[in-house]
Every structure is written in structure tokens, then in C-alpha cells.
Design a protein around this ligand. Structure first.
Ligand code: GTP
Ligand code: MG
Length: 200
């Protein structure tokens, strides 16, 4: 499951401009600011392979990263970001859904969910959409280092609420993995999980 090399391949504005379907790929999906680009950096142990920002809406294109010359990480724009200027705001349904429905090399979607906030409707909607379209997914909870958040519910309570949603909504439950890009928690587990899926 070791990552030896990572290389940025290409940013694509449309699904049809993506690299050809020649290698297994994992798409990273989730709300703006959930930590998608940070997770990629944490997994590959490089600070700035994928660009991150405190402001939501940083990633605006479909970005392919080739790992060990054998499989792709795909960093995607976040959903649920309404504050972008009109010109920069994109129609997630046309843009990203087009990608999911047309990539036969897609091994799984890593659906990132912020563990430090209560379950958000938009995340549940997205999970349901992937489920309805039979797209394999793994729930990856991010920011688990914020366990002791003082405001609102604690992270373990948010996680329990979300896991209850998964249990109630899926006959075959997708796996879930807890992570933190700050501490590296969950990194090895997630990489092992992904290598198991690749070798299926
Ligand atoms: P968009 O590209 O805008 O959709 O955002 P993104 O999902 O790629 O988020 P990004 O990785 O840019 O991170 C957003 C913010 O969350 C940054 O300020 C990160 O430092 C912070 N962040 C990301 N992961 C973690 C984490 O595991 N723990 C904590 N505490 N902060 C995190
Ligand atoms: Mg990003």
C-alpha cells in the first residue's frame, strides 16, 4: 500500500477532457472545505501536491494525480459552495455527475464528511445519489482531530448520528474510515482499504 511517487497529470474542465480510461481511479468528493485536497496531501505525505485553502471553493477543476504510475487520485471541486462569484460557480450536477456516470475505471468514491459538524443534508443527499446510481463508496470522516470541539455536539456524537443514517439507509453498508490530515490518523487504514479495493 506504499506510495512511492505522485505526479500531477492534468486539470480538466469537463468529464470528457479527463485522461483516458486506462487506470483505476479513486475520486475524492465532499463539501467545500471538508478537507479533500488536504487528505490527498496527507495520504501522499507531500504538503502541496493538491492546493488547499481556508476559503471554500479552492478546487475548481477535475484534477488527476497519478500514484506509483499505476492508479489515479481525482481531486474534485466541492459541492455546497454558494458564495463563489457567479462566473466561477459551477453546476455540480452537470459537471461532476457527468464524471461519475461515465468513468468505468472508477474503483470507488471516497465521500468525505466533516466529523466536527452534525450530519448535513447535502452530504446525505449526495450519499443517497451515489447509492441510487450504484457507485461504490467509502465514507471518510475528516477532521477527527477536532474530537474535543467545545461548541455544539461532540465529534463522537456527530459520528454516531451519521453512522445511524448509514445503517438506516443502506442494505449493504458502505465502509467508513475516520481520518485526520493534521495528525495522520487513519492514513494507513485508508491506504490499505484502497489497495484492497484495487486488487479486487
Ligand atoms: P475545496 O477545494 O474548496 O472544495 O476544499 P477542500 O475540501 O479541498 O478543503 P481543503 O483541503 O482545502 O481544506 C480546507 C480547510 O480545512 C483548510 O484550512 C485545512 O487546513 C483544513 N483541514 C483539512 N483537513 C483537516 C483536518 O483533518 N483537521 C483539521 N483540523 N483541519 C483540516
Ligand atoms: Mg480542494
Amino acid at each position: 500500500a506504499k506510495i512511492k511517487e505522485v505526479e500531477f497529470v492534468k486539470s480538466s474542465a469537463r468529464a470528457k477532457d479527463c485522461p483516458k480510461h486506462d487506470r483505476p481511479e479513486f475520486a475524492i468528493l465532499g463539501r467545500s472545505n471538508v478537507g479533500k485536497s488536504s487528505l490527498i496531501n496527507a495520504l501522499v505525505r507531500k504538503k502541496d501536491v493538491a492546493l488547499t485553502s481556508k476559503k471554500p471553493g479552492k478546487t475548481k477543476l477535475i484534477n488527476h494525480f497519478l500514484v506509483n504510475k499505476s492508479w489515479y487520485f481525482v481531486d474534485l471541486p466541492g459541492y455546497g459552495f454558494a458564495k463563489a462569484p457567479e462566473a466561477a460557480r459551477m453546476d455540480w450536477s452537470a459537471f461532476t455527475k457527468g464524471f461519475f456516470l461515465n468513468r468505468d475505471t472508477l474503483v470507488a468514491v471516497l465521500l468525505l464528511v466533516d466529523a466536527s459538524v452534525p450530519p448535513q443534508k447535502i452530504d446525505l443527499d449526495c450519499a443517497n445519489w451515489l447509492g441510487r446510481n450504484n457507485i461504490p463508496m467509502t465514507f471518510v470522516f475528516t477532521k477527527c482531530d477536532k474530537m474535543k470541539a467545545s461548541k455544539g455536539k461532540r465529534t463522537d456524537e456527530n459520528l454516531r448520528d451519521f453512522q445511524q443514517f448509514i445503517q438506516e439507509n443502506y442494505r449493504v453498508q458502505p465502509p467508513w474510515i475516520l481520518t485526520s490530515s493534521v495528525t495522520g490518523f487513519g492514513r494507513d487504514e485508508l491506504l490499505l482499504h484502497m489497495s484492497q479495493l484495487r486488487n479486487y
